[in-house]
Design a protein around this ligand. Structure first.
Ligand code: CMX
Length: 134
């Protein structure tokens, strides 16, 4: 079961500059900065009520974020939904015909197990499932 929008991911060229910009916009700074080596990204998280905004900068030219910015420019990269049981949700969506980009949940930023769905299956929107690691 999907519970809520956990965060919206925004691809940026320069995290430091964008942190300053979004801090001005929100009137508060990020609550967390985190490098996710496995995804080749540096991230920051801003709390927005029940949801979050994640800024993502590529830490490697071959990362998904670098490729995305090269093709589409900076902007909204993905929408992440919190799920009650990531294994059950992955199985359900696979049975519904969605393509999972990883067969098993993997460790993502902000203490989450995550799984991405291919954007071609969801009208060009990259969807992330996430569940807090307890
Ligand atoms: N949203 C919408 N479309 C996207 C997309 C995104 N975020 N990323 C890529 N695409 C589209 C491309 O525009 C391209 O479309 P066309 O075929 O129409 O040109 C197509 O998907 C293929 O893109 P590509 O640049 O050739 O890249 P790949 O096929 O190698 O990879 C994808 C695309 C989605 C499978 C890959 O980016 C992926 O596995 N993403 C999930 C992991 C990820 O994004 N990690 C970074 C964030 C990690 C975090 O949040 O911590």
């Amino acid at each position: 079961m999907m519970l809520k929008i956990e965060h919206i991911g925004i691809a940026v060229k320069n995290l430091e500059t964008s942190n300053a910009l979004f801090s001005q916009l929100f009137g508060k700074g990020p609550y967390k900065l985190e490098k996710v080596e496995s995804e080749n990204v540096s991230t920051s998280f801003f709390m927005m009520g029940e949801s979050k905004i994640e800024l993502l900068e590529a830490s490697d030219p071959n990362s998904a974020i670098a490729k995305f910015i090269e093709k589409k420019g900076e902007g909204i990269h993905h929408i992440a939904f919190e799920v009650a049981d990531i294994y059950a949700e992955m199985k359900r969506l696979q049975n519904e015909g969605f393509k999972l980009l990883n067969e098993q949940p993997k460790k993502g930023a902000d203490n989450k197990m995550i799984c991405f769905l291919h954007p071609k299956d969801s009208n060009g929107v990259l969807i992330e499932l996430c569940q807090e690691i307890k």
